[in-house]
Design a protein around this ligand. Structure first.
Ligand SMILES: [Zn+2]
Ligand SMILES: [Zn+2]
Ligand SMILES: [Zn+2]
Length: 335
């Protein structure tokens, strides 16, 4: 799936470290392609006329750089150095890279994000780390709207992980966005190999029939399970409550766990259909979130370790969840 990720070649610095300057040099977007080595001192006097213009616009001319047409301007507010074309100083209001950078950091913070760096491809976009741990590329104006509470930031990575997890539970694999372009549909592959479009909401509720092998959601046995996941090397132990149409032996693959994770199935109960398992599981999660909000582990704590973004709890809830599963098993005896 196409998505916004970090550009190839790693993060792009918003400023350069130049040997002859005592502070980082901020570079406007349009000059980003100039190699750091080309920002060398340029000889010659600084004209009083330039100093006067700079002072009017909140700067002091620090020095000349690169060629006869470029200046280093020092901001009178923050002291940061920014390279500007003489023409910009004459005809426009030069921006201070330092003030801009700080504003982006502060706006991101107010929007609940961490500003990482500008997008080298677009002067209107930057890369941010969201609370979930994923990296998002967003328009600077959009982040300001998030800060003002006008829009919500939605993480496509989390959405995709949720969709993939939902599909796995039903014995399907999320393949791609809808080939016909609907936001409400996705392309999935059944365990038999057949691919078809399915409405997201139907996949969420386990109401999906495979058009090829005829496997029907009304007739498929499913399992509610509680597993303990331990990463001994990181001193991390979590529990996950979920349901799956597939046997528990596939947990490692389904949850994207590497060999450092220890998996213990604490309780597993069979239910006659995926639809019923799904309905009971959703209710149980909603109830746990409401009654034990402190025991719900935020996704940032396990990002990169397991490919889900919800349904992870503190091990202190083990006894309670076990008891709830025991009751569900009593209410739905298997023949
Ligand atoms: Zn400044
Ligand atoms: Zn995310
Ligand atoms: Zn099938």
């Amino acid at each position: 799936m196409p998505k916004d990720t970090l550009p190839k070649g790693g993060p792009v610095p918003c400023s350069l470290s130049i040997p002859h300057l005592d502070r980082p040099l901020h570079i406007p977007h349009r000059s980003r392609h100039i190699p750091a080595l080309d920002w060398t001192p340029h000889p010659g006097p600084i004209k009083p006329e330039w100093q006067a213009l700079a002072a009017q616009k909140g700067f002091r001319v620090h020095s000349r750089i690169r060629d006869r047409l470029h200046l280093v301007l020092a901001c009178m507010i923050c002291g940061a150095l920014t390279a500007h074309h003489l023409h910009t100083l004459r005809t426009a209001n030069p921006a201070c890279g330092g003030c801009q950078h700080r504003a982006r950091i502060e706006t991101a913070q107010a929007a609940g994000l961490t500003f990482l760096h500008r997008d080298p491809e677009s002067r209107h976009h930057g890369f941010y780390r969201a609370a979930c741990g994923h990296v998002l590329r967003r328009n600077f104006g959009f982040i300001e709207r998030v800060m003002r509470g006008e829009v919500d930031i939605r993480c496509e990575d989390c959405l995709q992980l949720r969709d993939a997890e939902t599909a796995r539970k039903q014995g399907w694999t999320l393949i791609d966005r809808d080939p016909l372009g609907s936001d409400n549909y996705r392309l999935y592959q059944h365990s038999c190999g057949h691919r078809q479009r399915v409405a997201r909401v139907n996949m969420q509720w386990g109401q999906v029939d495979c058009a090829k092998c005829g496997s029907s959601w009304t007739a498929r046995k499913s399992y509610l399970y509680l597993v303990r996941l331990t990463w001994a090397d990181q001193g991390l132990s979590l529990i996950k409550l979920g349901y799956s149409a597939n046997p528990a032996k596939r947990f490692r693959h389904q949850l994207g766990l590497d060999s450092s994770a220890k998996i213990e199935v604490l309780r597993s109960i069979g239910l006659p259909t995926g639809h019923l398992a799904c309905a009971i599981e959703k209710k149980l999660h909603a109830d746990l979130r409401k009654r034990f909000p402190d025991q719900v582990i935020p996704p940032a704590a396990y990002a990169g370790l397991i490919n889900v973004v919800t349904e992870i709890y503190h091990p202190d809830l083990t006894g309670h969840i076990r008891a709830r599963l025991d009751k569900i098993a009593r209410d739905h005896p298997q023949s």
